[in-house]
Design a protein around this ligand. Structure first.
Ligand code: COA
Length: 230
């Protein structure tokens, strides 16, 4: 029996989640219901993946990685040991995560992997690089191509190399306008109000960070350019 045939046999037959026939899922691992694992993915042993996630083509999830519910991972992403991903995170195509700050081929650091935590609802733009040992805040947004070298606050929009915060962004992924006289910023798409409750700390005044978006607010109805008035 070839390795591929053996792995195919071992593929979990639990139909509560989907594994494309070209993907490998090593055992033991946990995968929640409704999750879809597409072409050429490799999920390694002891990975823990939540419900309703999507793994696009050629995604690697290494041993011991923990991933929450409703996480979307686009094509060509490797999620290394030490990475923790909370619910509702979006990892854009070909973004790069890391787990050793100072790798050297001659030095074994398998027991020294550094943690990188992606908090709930964060978005990581296409082709960005996240240096390890940092925390990517809730609902923060990393622009395409950024190199992130330090913690990102909740709701921060960061871009560039090295990434710098250029503003705040809403749960709907719309950069927030300048605050009014009372310090309130209103998202033109979601309609929610946001305020910097202390310097560098933004909060949504209308919806708790732990709450799901109500269903009617969870479907986009206008294009980004229309909303931004470009
Ligand atoms: C960051 C982002 C959301 C746009 O934000 P925005 O505020 O609407 O940006 P704008 O287009 O108004 O541009 C504002 C400025 O930021 C710059 N900018 C925009 N995106 C940038 C990026 N990724 N990196 C560096 N600079 C960027 C623009 O050049 C512009 O600069 P200028 O004022 O000097 O002309 C978007 O560019 C982005 O990176 N989205 C991620 C897309 C992605 O990865 N999708 C994956 C799913 S397919």
């Amino acid at each position: 029996m070839t390795k591929k045939e053996l792995t195919d046999c071992l593929k979990p037959q639990n139909k509560e989640y989907f594994v494309h026939e070209s993907a490998y899922v090593d055992q033991p691992c946990e995968i929640g219901s409704g999750t879809k694992i597409w072409h050429f993915c490799h999920i390694m042993k002891n990975a823990k993946i939540g419900r309703n996630c999507i793994f696009g083509q050629n995604v690697n999830v290494a041993s011991g990685v923990v991933i929450g519910n409703n996480v979307k991972v686009q094509n060509n992403v490797s999620i290394y040991t030490g990475v923790i991903i909370e619910d509702d995170v979006f990892l854009g195509p070909s973004c790069v995560l890391t787990n050793v700050t100072n790798p050297r081929s001659q030095i074994v650091r398998h027991d020294l992997y550094e943690n990188t935590v992606f908090r709930r609802g964060a978005t990581v733009g296409a082709n960005s690089t996240i240096v390890c040992g940092i925390e990517i805040g809730r609902y923060s947004f990393i622009a395409a191509g950024a190199v992130v070298t330090k913690d990102v606050p909740d709701y921060a929009l960061v871009m560039g190399v090295p990434a710098q915060q250029v503003g705040w962004i809403s749960r709907h992924g719309i950069p927030l306008p300048k605050p009014d006289a009372e310090g309130i910023m209103i998202c033109p798409e979601g309609g929610y109000r946001y305020k910097e409750v202390e310097p560098g700390v933004l909060r949504c005044l209308d919806l708790d960070e732990d709450a799901c978006l109500p269903p009617e607010k969870a479907i986009g109805k206008a294009s980004y350019t229309d909303i931004k008035g470009k």
